[in-house]
Design a protein around this ligand. Structure first.
Ligand code: T1G
Length: 648
């Protein structure tokens, strides 16, 4: 059980005060942590027995930055009165005693800014440091726009802020962001005058001359605008950096009256507040938590079960999908058996895995030796002889029901009784795939998106029989191979989905027939169908599909299920899926979040207008807003408040 957010304090026998940021798991800077940090620092400065101060993090990490929950709860500074930057200056940078940050794990955002407020940084191997605030639609708010350029140079600092990418300990040392000695000794050396005491807010030795510095900022502005012309906050970040360059770091910061205050001129504070007021910020914070919430599945991750390690995973089929899945697994250190039906196909599959890894080497994402070691983890096979060693099998062969049924029956015989049997099908009912086995409880859908080693989403499809343990294990595997999982229910709509996708996407109709049916309602479909049968009996085929849907009360959106079901657990899952699989822009927060931001009334109005526009061509019905959308608009209700249906 994690303790309350705070910072602990002790003074060791050498007169070093150690302040430890404490808020498991990543020491996020909750206002209580900041308050404790500043008050302990004040105590240390006032204590004559203290010669130097070391700031560190409890556990494995220094700090992942400001507590992002505070943005959601809209409590803003959470009671910090707008003087965080003043407090960092007084408590860490320019108090009577020297301060050293001892960094391990991550120092991100506000965490790195606290570390930069200290007079030196000592960084452990494997540590990662960065300012990823722009990824949340805000800008560094605790002095990062002023201190980072002065520590690592303007160009590198801008790159780090605009890309949000962290750097590793070794690079930090090379750049001058880290000082390489042991923290305690370094603090004592500064106190004794044996090592320089750096004030990163005011030093200027790494900054280019004014004209050159402004040109660097201008270039970065053009680049940022080209990369994402919709986004304002990167320009706000550059505004803050520029203000610090023209007026000096202290002046740039002086105008900042704290994290969320709108007081002051064009300093970091104002730019922060301007960024924080944008919808982009709300959308990106939503996506941050939505991505993490997909890993929590009610009744599964809270059931007190432990995920079993997936050490050996077999992949059936070495085509584009199978080889991509094998690559993703091997990259995560999993031993892979890649099975094909003949040597020629197997050679092709292995070749594709090799090519995937070679492309990573070419892009500088991994060393050749690491690629060789990864490839060595993939063993080819033409039979099931070694399948007894598998913790899991992922089938990725062609979409053929009898073939898959045969394969799953073979797998049941070849694998241990506890092995997970997963299918990558995107179109076939998972229950049907496992119909010829007695292994339904360990059959699950593991739906990757192509190319599987690159696309970040993994849809985990559970049937009514899939056990909690199997869902949990597959969730854990998704984490291990760095995929964002979304757990969805099994639905025969997969096939329907495909037909709709072909007609709507490739053929160009705005909406597929099954989707349209769900929008209009199967009851209407039945009524219209009967009219057709009566009037044009020789020209229609009498299908039992629509009457069956009516019998099952699957009338479409009005009853929450039609051809399609509601198959996701929460609206945020749809947001994550739309961002990860459809390329929906993350800064808009995902499909449902965006719709709520825009508001149901605006969407209804736009759809009505389209409906009117296309009515003369007989296509008005395609755009007619459904009852759910209309009722949400009329009641001023959020769409996410009642979303149950997924129609990706
Ligand atoms: N605040 C609150 N919770 C956080 C958090 C944060 N900053 N960072 C992580 N968590 C939670 C996360 O929700 C999850 O919770 C758990 O920690 C583990 O995270 C003033 C304003 C640190 C690299 O943007 O990049 O400082 O789901 O599952 O893969 O200028 O989390 O378990 O309940 O992601 O090992 C800037 C965000 C803040 C860093 C760890 N900082 N975090 O990754 O585990 S704004 C960031 C991360 C700021 C200042 C500004 C990653 C991580 P739960 P996880 P992980």
């Amino acid at each position: 059980m994690a303790g309350a957010p705070t910072a602990t304090y002790r003074v060791d026998p050498d007169g070093v005060a150690v302040i430890s940021l404490s808020n498991a798991p990543v020491n996020a800077l909750h206002p209580d942590v900041l308050r404790a940090l500043f008050s302990h620092a004040a105590a240390a400065h006032a204590d004559p027995s203290v010669r130097a101060i070391v700031v560190t993090g409890a556990g494995a990490n220094f700090s992942a930055g400001f507590d992002i929950n505070q943005f959601v709860s809209a409590s803003g500074g959470g009671g910090i009165d707008g003087s965080i930057n003043d407090a960092i200056c007084a408590a860490l940078e320019s108090g009577p005693k020297p301060t050293v940050a001892a960094v391990s794990g991550v120092a991100l955002g506000g965490g790195l800014e606290v570390a930069m407020g200290c007079n030196a940084r000592v960084v452990a191997e494997g540590a990662r440091m960065g300012l990823p605030e722009l990824q949340l639609g805000i800008i560094p708010g605790f002095g990062g726009t002023q201190r980072l350029p002065r520590l690592v140079g303007l160009q590198k600092a801008i790159e780090m802020m605009l890309t949000s990418a962290p750097i590793k300990a070794e690079a930090a040392k090379k750049l001058g962001l880290a000082d390489a000695l042991a923290a305690k000794q370094h603090a004592l050396d500064i106190a004794a005058g044996k090592a320089p005491r750096n004030f990163s807010l005011t030093r200027g030795d790494k900054l280019e001359p004014l004209g050159e510095a402004l040109a660097v900022v201008e270039f970065a502005r053009a680049q940022a605008a080209k990369r994402a012309r919709h986004l304002k906050h990167p320009q706000l970040c550059l505004d803050a950096i520029q203000a610090g360059i023209t007026d000096g770091g202290a002046a740039g910061l002086k105008k900042a009256r704290g994290l969320f205050a709108l007081l002051g001129g064009m300093g970091e504070g104002e730019c922060f507040a301007a960024a924080a007021a944008l919808d982009t910020h709300k959308a990106l914070v939503h996506i941050f938590f939505a991505q993490r919430s997909t890993k929590k599945v009610r009744g599964v991750t809270d059931a007190g079960l432990k995920p079993r390690p997936m050490r050996v995973v077999a992949v059936l089929g070495g085509g584009l999908m199978g080889s991509g899945i094998a690559t993703a697994l091997a990259l995560a250190g999993v031993d892979v058996i890649l099975k094909e039906v003949n040597q020629q196909f197997l050679d092709g599959g292995m070749g594709r895995v090799k090519a995937n890894l070679a492309s990573r080497v070419k892009k500088g994402k991994m060393a050749q030796a690491a690629a060789d070691a990864t490839l060595a983890r993939v063993k080819g096979s033409l039979d099931y002889a070694s399948f007894g060693s598998c913790d899991m099998v992922i089938e990725a062969v062609i979409e053929d029901i009898p073939l898959k049924q045969r394969i799953f029956a073979d797998l049941e015989a070849a694998c241990r009784p506890d092995a997970i049997l997963a299918t990558n099908t995107s179109t076939i009912d998972i229950d049907l795939v496992g119909a010829k086995t007695r292994a339904q409880d360990r059959i699950v859908g593991a739906h990757f998106f192509s190319p599987a080693h690159i696309m970040p989403l993994l849809e985990i499809v559970r049937t009514k029989s899939t056990s909690k343990q199997v869902v949990l294990d597959t969730l854990a595997l998704a984490g291990a191979i760095k995929k964002t999982p979304v757990v969805v229910g099994n639905c025969t709509g997969f096939a329907v989905n495909r037909v709709d996708a072909v007609i709507a996407g490739e053929f160009g109709m705005p909406m597929g027939p099954f989707r349209l049916n769900d929008l209009v309602g199967s009851d209407i479909g039945l009524h219209v169908g009967r009219n057709f049968v009566e009037s044009f009996s020789e020209r229609v085929y009498v299908s039992h599909l629509i009457p069956s849907l009516n019998d099952a009360k699957r009338l479409g959106e009005k009853t929450g299920a039609g051809f399609y079901k509601g198959i996701v657990e929460k609206p945020a899952d749809l947001d994550v899926a739309s961002v990860m699989a459809m390329g929906f822009p993350p800064f808009r927060g995902g499909l449902i979040f965006w719709a709520d931001l825009v508001g149901a009334p605006r969407i209804v109005a736009a759809l009505d207008a389209l409906s009117d526009k296309f009515a003369p061509a007989g296509a008005g019905g395609f755009f007619k807003p459904c009852d759910y959308l209309r009722s949400a608009a009329a009641a001023g209700r959020k769409l996410s408040a009642g979303v149950v249906a997924s129609r990706m």
